[in-house]
Design a protein around this ligand. Structure first.
Ligand SMILES: [Zn+2]
Length: 119
């Protein structure tokens, strides 16, 4: 999704906070918008670029209930290591943190290399 598409969403930003934590970078956005529309856009961001697949964008409504892919009738996310349901792999801890981080690191390095050569 192009940034122009994101700008088309009716969002009023109330507060933005960013954190660097052991699991990586996090950002919290408090906004006024339709949570189902935001979930669609979040999925588009996650799926629209090579590195987007490594993002995990959660949308919560005003009662702090998380909006799921099931709520918008979208297919479940696939595990990038084995292509099974990502939720099942995460809950069962099928893959070690080392496996996941190693895969992500290698994918990011490949992406950087491809970007360097395409300029
Ligand atoms: Zn898996």
């Amino acid at each position: 999704m192009a940034l122009d598409e994101i700008k088309k969403i009716d969002i009023k930003f109330l507060k933005i906070e960013t954190y660097e934590v052991p699991s990586g970078y996090e950002a919290l956005f408090a906004v006024i918008s339709n949570p189902l529309d935001l979930k669609f856009k979040a999925m588009e961001i996650e799926q629209s670029s090579f590195l987007g697949r490594f993002m995990d964008i959660d949308i919560l409504d005003n009662s702090y209930t998380i909006i799921t892919r099931e709520d918008i009738k979208a297919p479940q996310r696939r595990c990038f290591l084995c292509q099974n349901s990502a939720k099942i792999c995460a809950r069962s801890r099928k893959h070690s943190i080392y496996e996941l981080l190693n895969f992500i690191h290698n994918q990011v390095k490949k992406h950087e290399k491809n970007c360097r050569y395409s300029i």
